[in-house]
Design a protein around this ligand. Sequence first.
Ligand code: ZN
Ligand code: ZN
Ligand code: FE
Length: 749
Amino acid sequence: MRGIVQGVGFRPFVYSNASRRALHGRVLNNAAGVLIDLEGDASEIDHFVHELQSNPPPLASIESIERLADLVPLDYADFQILESDSVGRKSAAVSADVGTCDDCLRELFDRANRRYGYPFINCTNCGPRFTIVKRVPYDRKNTTMQSFEMCDACRAEYENPLDRRFHAEPTACEACGPCLHLLDREGRYFSGDAVATAAKLLTAGKILAIKGIGGFHLACDALSKEAVAELRGRKFREDKPFALMARSVEMIRAFCRISNNESALLESPARPIVLLERKRGNAIPRDVAPGVNTLGFMLPYAPLHYLLLEALNRPLVMTSGNISDEPICFRDDDANERLNGIADYFLVHDRPIHIRTDDSVVRSFNEREMVLRRSRGFAPAPIRTSFKFERSILACGAELKNTFCLARGHSAFVSHHIGDLENLETLRSFTEGIEHFKHLFDIDPDVVAYDLHPEYLSTKYALSLNNVSDKFAVQHHHAHVASCMADNQIDGEVIGVAFDGLGFGLDGKLWGGEFFVADFCDAERVVHLANVPLPGGAKAIREPWRLAAVYLQRALGNNFAELNLPFTRALDPARWTTLNSMIAARVNCPETSSMGRLFDAVSGLLTLRSSVNYEGQAAIELEGIAERVATGFYEFQIAGDAISAEPVVCKIVEDLLEDVPIGQISARFHLSVAHLIVNVAQKIREERHLNRVVLSGGVFQNMWLLERVTGLLRESHFDVFTHRRVPTNDGGISLGQAAVANARLGRGH
Ligand code: ZN
Ligand code: ZN
Ligand code: FE
């Protein structure tokens, strides 16, 4: 029998299974997966295959087992594991980083084990992968473990086919592997037990920079108001929610509601941050996540985390080791420099991180995983597509929350989260990341896809490439819809709804409230939110009061300022006069049809936010205050291909004047948007006989909206598709671009 399977940690499993059944033959990894040659008793071979299917090793993903019968017997005398076949494609080579497995955990806390308390314990089933790989093939000498010479005991395990650490490339122990150090700000080392001392410092309210798997975290006691406030202050008072880490699901239950699916997500090998609904009156200070109803918790994923949390027995803030929007630190010297004003102490180690990789963020939607930031634990595993990429494609993604994507065959290698392409450091991660992926997956793209926005750094990069034969500019919101289609493995024409922040439109205006009839090739813009001016351009994104004033003026005329509303009372007449003359003269006022900006406007109108300090904050806080049940909703007006929000704004003003609580107004507004989608989808269904609705864009990170709109659409018998494997925000754009470019190639442009 010969068969082909794929996965991590397969060969030792196959070896022991075959030996037990007295089967002879060979096993090796090759390009397509694992190749097994077996000879012996036919029923034993059946049992072997059955066990492979029913009880595979933890990290194996068996896509298919192909049995090749009727081969000439080679009369093997034994069973052997052969060295990997390094010729051919390497796509099976590098997996994502995996959280510490149960076997390693047991050893970590077993006093009798030689790796007791060793912060870098790992095995074939767990440990760092993607973050330490410098080159392929995936061998120790090609990782950042190259400088650590294995001791005899570790080498014996590494070479024993029956051992859990057979060819576990990062395997190590106290005697031969990386070690942990605790330093103060001046670079002075602490002697003694670094973990125990670090735990003491954290308990005393200190802030520590901790080097992990994909970068540095900033950590402090999550239950200490003072420590959390101090960390916020030192991070320049940014408002972005901090991520938290706790020892167990049970510990998290004290603070958050957790469904079965959510606990499974927390415990999954990727160990992502899971956004959970916070319980009322829980002990986590408000400052951890101001203005939102969720807390982002993760379980430990490195042995160091387990040791630290065991010593503390309380949750930690574990937020990215960076200053506001900069990328997280991952090199020791960089951390020393950039985090010195923030951290009191540094808990570091000498295993270099090769690729900066942020924690991933997911949430549970309809009892399924919905990925919001796809990074550590997921990347670089490919997104499988139902269609085939006939040529090798590089898609450069968007500007904010950038990812890129290299695609070939049925695989789209969507990169880890690169970040906002606004500074040199992230641009370098982007360009170096592309080179790294090209090498890891042996893809040399000759087609490149990019966003239509001429000013995106990713666009400029794409246009600068010389040795590619085709280039495709893809409209941002078409890419969103295509991304969601590829994510759900569907094809053909759909009703595409792209509700988003801002993206460059085909008419040069800024889109973001769009209804399309779309397939992978084309997107016909059927209806969209009416354009409004965005006074001050980027400034209007940071100051939602501007959008609120714009919408009020359009709905109620110039006299709106005389209304007796909290918003108008707070409005600075001089600033409004300036703004108004800018609008009248059309100076620095690009037009936009963005739904994200309408959420900003409503947030501003309810005086939740006059300015924001992270992207999407106004809309997130608007969702945060929304009551669970809306007792009514407002009607948008649809005239031709434009949707006017003015009647909605008028009704909100009426509600405000009647002292309807803002939490209820927010709920009504959310429900209005849900009903708008259903109404427009019904119209398109009547005209075009399409029944599939695809929802994509940053606005659908809003769970209040997403839950209601999917429910209402299903009640109206639509097939509804939302994101699962790639983010609905701009992190999913690269996949959509690749899909559109591929479809256009197939059509002959
Ligand atoms: Zn392990
Ligand atoms: Zn060792
Ligand atoms: Fe977008």
